[in-house]
Structures are given as structure tokens and as C-alpha cells.
Design a protein around this ligand. Structure first.
Ligand SMILES: [Zn+2]
Length: 349
């Protein structure tokens, strides 16, 4: 059980990896999800749109996946997971005889437990610590990072880390979320790491499991690619590609080469500033002798058209190649199977 003072000071926590990740044998289950939230500020130009909240949730899930990468824990959106953290609009503490907005807190029970993190706290914090003139899309991503790292902090409490002994401001365990490191730059585990390793265990990477670890590397790279798209970080998107990548888009446009595909993303973000694409792998098959892999899954894209909010999605396949030990995308083929919300859907653009 967390002492009240610690629970109040607590800042972050979370997890999330999308419901497509299969439950692994022996893994502990973690559920992370967003309750309906609303937020508006002048800095963000008014109210957050549904697409903004989608982008924030995507980044938060990726942050959680990064925090728990290598531990035996399966992230999902399941409300019945052993450990659960949900994002709520705001959290207010009445402790210390005054009303205080807090970042997060946890309730540990006999088997597992639940926690909450505050959307309002991290949305305000990202703006407070943002460098001047930060583009709006990067501010949106910073809110997602703040929430995801806040959730990682709360999950650590739920898993058994009761102290706040880290003095390292760049650590997830640091006692307060009121710091720029919560939103910007990399973050790491410090004093909580031994507790997490003991309670969760590390994934075993033996020779026989090499294909499995290759699959995980590909999933991780895909997750980083999704996060880069959510942040409109074109260099980050291109980091997952070989130089002569070939993409067949949902509209049957074919684009070859990293430069041309980066320009295509830049054009899309310029014309449709709230664009988000999420690719969710279902199966990954590795053919090790050729250092090649197949990824198949579902994709969804959302943005605002003049006549409404569009959602398009379908299936995709990617060919991955292992180049100097790193898995990179050689080709992607996207096929739409549904589209709604705009006359864009009526005829191929
Ligand atoms: Zn805490």
C-alpha cells in the first residue's frame, strides 16, 4: 500500500501496446486505457480534437511499451488485467487540507491493483515545460509522453515498487512529474529496475528464441514508427526504412525511395495537419537464412476533410530486411477495406 503522501506526489505511470499483442505464456497482464477526456487551451488553439486525443493515446502507449520493453509483461487495453492504469480527465486530492491537482495515484489490492493518471495534469505540464515556439504536433506528442511515463511510474508502484528513492530526474521513479524530463528527452528506470526484474522477470533471449526476438524487434520498430507518425516526426518515420523503400499506398500511388516517401509524408501533414496512421501487426514471419521477414496486419488512418472527419483502414503487408543487425522496411503494400466520414471515400482520389 502506498503511503498517502507518496501517492499524492506520484506523477506518472502507464502502459499500453495495443490490443493486438498476443498474451505471452508466463507474462503478467497490464491494462491501460483512456476514459473520455476533453481539454482546451489557448496555446493549443482551442479544444483538442478527437484526432489529437488519438495521437496522444498512441504516443502514451508507445512510451509505456518502451518503458517495459524486455520485461515479462503484456500490455493491453483490458479492464480485467492484473495491473490497470486508466487516464482520467483530472485528479484532485483533498489531502493536506487543501485542494491540489495531482498527476497520478494507485490503489494496490491483494492481487494486482489499479491506478489513475490525470490528462489535465500532463496536458498542462507539457505546455509549461515546452520550449518556446514548439510546433503544435510536438506539443501533442509531449502530452502523450508525459501521460505514458506517468502511467509507467504508477505501474511500477502496482508491481511492487513502493519507494521514491530515485534522485535521478531522468528516471521514471522520480517522485514528481513537475520537471521537463517528464515530457522531453529519453527516460530510464533506476532504483525500480531490480524490483521490476524480480517481480516480472526479463524476457529470455536464447538462440532457440532468436526468431521470437526478431519478431519483437520488428514490433518495436513498428511501434516507434507509429509514434513518429503521431508526432509528425518525418526523420523518425524514415529511420525504419531502407534507402530504396517502395510503398504502394491505399490510393495505389507508388513511391520509391526514402526521400520521395518523406516528401509524401510532409505533403500529407501539410495538407491534413491532424493526420494519424496506426499500423497494428497481426503476424510476423521471419525467414532467418535470408534475413527477411513478412509483417501482416491492419492499418487505420484518420484526418479531417472539408466535409467531415474521415477514417480509412484496411490490411497491409510489409517486407522487412535485417541490415547490419537492424530490421528495416523494404516495402509496404496498403489496401483499404473500409472508409467513412467523407465524400473522399466515394471515389479513388
Ligand atoms: Zn509514485
Amino acid at each position: 500500500m502506498l503511503p498517502m503522501a507518496l501517492a499524492v506526489a506520484g506523477a506518472l505511470a502507464s502502459l499500453a501496446a495495443g490490443c493486438a499483442l498476443p498474451q505471452r505464456d508466463g507474462d503478467v497482464t497490464a491494462g491501460f486505457w483512456f476514459e473520455p477526456v476533453s481539454y482546451e487551451s489557448r496555446v493549443l488553439g482551442g479544444s483538442l480534437t478527437a484526432a489529437d486525443v488519438d495521437a496522444i493515446a498512441t504516443v502514451a502507449r508507445e512510451e509505456l511499451a518502451i518503458a517495459f520493453d524486455g520485461f515479462r509483461i503484456t500490455l493491453s487495453e483490458r479492464r480485467d488485467a492484473r495491473y490497470r492504469v486508466r487516464v482520467v480527465r483530472e485528479l484532485v486530492s483533498e489531502a493536506m487540507h487543501r485542494k491540489t491537482w495531482i498527476a497520478g495515484h494507485t490503489f494496490v489490492s491483494g492481487f494486482g491493483g489499479a491506478g489513475e493518471v490525470s490528462f489535465l495534469y500532463f496536458a498542462s505540464g507539457a505546455q509549461a515545460y515546452a520550449p518556446p515556439d514548439l510546433p503544435r504536433s510536438e506539443l501533442i506528442a509531449a502530452i502523450g509522453r508525459g501521460i505514458g511515463r506517468g502511467a509507467a511510474h504508477e505501474f511500477a508502484h502496482l508491481i511492487g515498487y513502493a519507494a521514491h528513492s530515485s534522485r535521478d530526474r531522468g528516471s521514471y521513479e522520480y517522485h514528481a512529474a513537475s520537471r521537463p524530463e517528464q515530457y522531453f528527452g529519453p527516460m530510464h528506470w533506476e532504483t525500480a529496475r531490480p524490483v521490476l526484474e524480480k517481480r516480472l522477470g526479463r524476457r529470455v533471449m536464447e538462440a532457440g528464441l532468436e526468431a521470437q526476438s526478431d519478431q519483437q524487434l520488428i514490433r518495436d520498430t513498428r511501434a516507434r514508427s507509429n509514434a513518429a507518425i503521431a508526432a509528425h516526426d518525418i526523420a523518425g518515420i524514415a529511420r525504419a526504412w531502407v534507402n530504396d523503400i517502395h510503398v504502394v499506398s491505399s490510393t495505389s500511388t507508388q513511391t520509391t525511395g526514402s526521400q520521395a516517401n518523406q516528401q509524401a509524408f510532409a505533403q500529407q501533414f501539410k495538407n491534413r495537419p491532424d493526420t494519424i496512421y496506426v499500423r497494428t501487426p497481426a503476424t510476423i514471419d521471419v525467414y532467418a537464412p535470408w534475413d527477411v521477414a513478412s509483417e501482416r496486419g491492419t492499418w487505420v488512418g484518420r484526418w479531417t476533410e472539408p466535409d467531415g472527419r474521415l477514417e480509412i483502414g484496411g490490411t497491409y503487408q510489409a517486407q522487412w530486411r535485417k541490415v547490419d543487425g537492424q530490421w528495416l522496411i523494404q516495402a509496404e503494400l496498403y489496401v483499404p477495406t473500409h472508409c467513412r466520414g467523407s465524400k473522399y471515400c466515394n471515389q479513388r482520389p
